[in-house]
Write a protein that binds this ligand. Structure first.
Ligand SMILES: Nc1ncnc2c1ncn2[C@@H]1O[C@H](COP(=O)(O)OP(=O)(O)O)[C@@H](O)[C@H]1O
Ligand SMILES: [Mg+2]
Length: 223
């Protein structure tokens, strides 16, 4: 599966594996990644139907302060989310990794793994990046994606999240962060294995790994 989705085809990448045991945990991890995103980032999500791609997108949307329902744009291919609400998180994007000490995971859901002592460092979110949520399931190939002009969104001032990205893999720039979500143990229906593949030069990979470790998740680096 990994090679089909292109993870092993990237010679220069940094892979992190995390196991979640429920939707809330996947959302929380996506939220952590969302805090690190900035304009023109592209997040590719692959995995079977029901894997958790839309749940992951929801976590990113929360981190961006997006208001509104997040659902798979299976028929429209794209949903643009531009309505934001201010909330108390640090999320000003990270143009480089010099501001890493500023990044704190806020409390989300009711997960008690969060460190609430860091609230003094939180400030009102000023990041109002749009979220461009794609679902490429119904596209036949990258040419169709290009024909519809969707590649233009890659240079817009927002974050692109693409479910079923392997359908259009020829259109995905090498700077994209790729995530595959697989069913975990067949005996644990809510378990998912998330594999993140960051371009090697993307300094957020280590920061992201550090943040989720600090949130109590076991992660491992994979080849
Ligand atoms: N660990 C988990 N991570 C994400 N979703 C999970 C997990 N365990 C169970 N689920 C459930 O799996 C479903 C995932 O749905 P969704 O995010 O729409 O999948 P996809 O977009 O990949 O088709 C939801 O019903 C969610 O509650
Ligand atoms: Mg979906």
């Amino acid at each position: 599966m990994e090679s089909i989705l292109g993870i092993n085809n990237l010679p220069e990448n940094y892979n992190i594996k995390v196991i979640t045991s429920g939707r809330d945990e996947t959302v929380e991890i996506a939220f952590s990644l969302g805090l690190l995103l900035h304009a023109s980032d592209i997040i590719c999500l692959d995995g079977d139907l029901g894997a958790g791609k839309t749940a992951f997108t929801y976590g990113i949307a929360q981190a961006l302060g997006i208001r509104g329902v997040i659902s798979s744009p299976t028929f429209t291919i794209l949903i643009e989310h531009t309505k934001h609400e201010t909330h108390d998180i640090v999320n000003e994007g990270i143009p480089n990794c010099e501001t890493t000490d500023m990044i704190q995971n806020p409390e989300i859901n009711t997960n008690n793994k969060k460190d609430t002592n860091n609230k003094k460092d939180l400030k009102t979110n000023t990041n109002t990046l749009p979220l461009y949520h794609f679902d490429a399931y119904r596209l036949s190939d990258a040419d169709e994606f290009y024909d519809l002009g969707f590649d233009e969104y890659f240079s817009y001032n927002g974050v692109c999240v693409i479910e079923w990205s392997h359908k259009i893999y020829q259109a995905i720039p090498p700077s994209a962060i790729k995530i595959t979500i697989q069913q975990g143990s067949s005996e644990i229906s809510d378990q998912r294995i998330l594999i993140f593949s960051f371009p090697k030069e993307d300094c957020r990979a280590e920061l992201f790994g550090k943040n989720i470790s600090e949130s109590g998740y076991q992660k491992s680096n994979v080849q």
